[in-house]
Design a binder for this molecule. Structure first.
Ligand SMILES: CC(C)(COP(=O)(O)OP(=O)(O)OC[C@H]1O[C@@H](n2cnc3c(N)ncnc32)[C@H](O)[C@@H]1OP(=O)(O)O)[C@@H](O)C(=O)NCCC(=O)NCCS
Length: 164
């Protein structure tokens, strides 16, 4: 990761920057700014902000799945175009895993649409580095869950990796 990019836990003051960053990162769904504020507040311990010269260039929102303290769910990964291709997305996820608050995590889950190649490459890379298999199941179906308005979302799981 480039040394000039600083990674840290988000704070409520980051909500607007997260909103603006996600807007610049199709095909990510744009959430309400209120949702981004909650991510940066209640889910700060399992999310990360990346800054380059005071500008937010990366954000990962994540949370621990209710009733499953070992599962980190990665909600969204956003990297500004100018910061892509330098390992930032991967570094942000490892930054979350390196915290005391996620010591119990041994499984990562996310959902990805069938056509999001970059996202699939990212999680394939993580599965390799964590030396754990990558499993895939359909989670939210285009017709059954989205009423035909959104592509199906597939659950990608990197399960039972070893913590050192
Ligand atoms: C997907 C995204 C987060 C990747 O960010 P990034 O910082 O460039 O990713 P990294 O540099 O950490 O790359 C991690 C791995 O993914 C691969 N990857 C990243 N972008 C890729 C692309 N456009 N095409 C193919 N592979 C890609 C990298 O090659 C790397 O694998 P490798 O080490 O085996 O080569 C970024 O492109 C983005 O924000 N895209 C728009 C939003 C989105 O789709 N988010 C993903 C939702 S989970």
């Amino acid at each position: 990761m480039p040394e000039s990019i600083a990674l840290r836990k988000p704070t409520p003051s980051d909500g607007k920057s997260v909103y603006d960053l996600v807007k610049q990162c199709p095909p990510l769904d744009i959430n309400s700014m209120y949702c981004n504020l909650l991510q940066a507040t209640h889910f700060s311990a399992t999310s990360v902000a990346a800054e380059l010269k005071g500008k937010m260039v990366g954000f990962v929102s994540g949370y621990i799945v209710p009733e499953k303290p070992n599962v980190l769910f990665v909600w969204q990964v956003a990297v500004a175009e100018e910061a892509r291709g330098r390992g930032l997305a991967k570094s942000m996820i490892f930054h979350i895993l390196d915290r005391a608050e996620t010591r119990q995590v041994d499984t990562i889950q996310t959902t990805i649409t069938a056509d999001n190649g970059p996202s699939r490459s990212l999680f394939k890379r993580l599965s390799k580095e964590l030396e754990a298999p990558l499993n895939e199941y359909e989670m939210f179906d285009r017709d059954k869950h989205f009423g035909g308005t959104h592509d199906s979302e597939f659950l990608i799981e990197i399960a039972s990796f070893r913590r050192v």
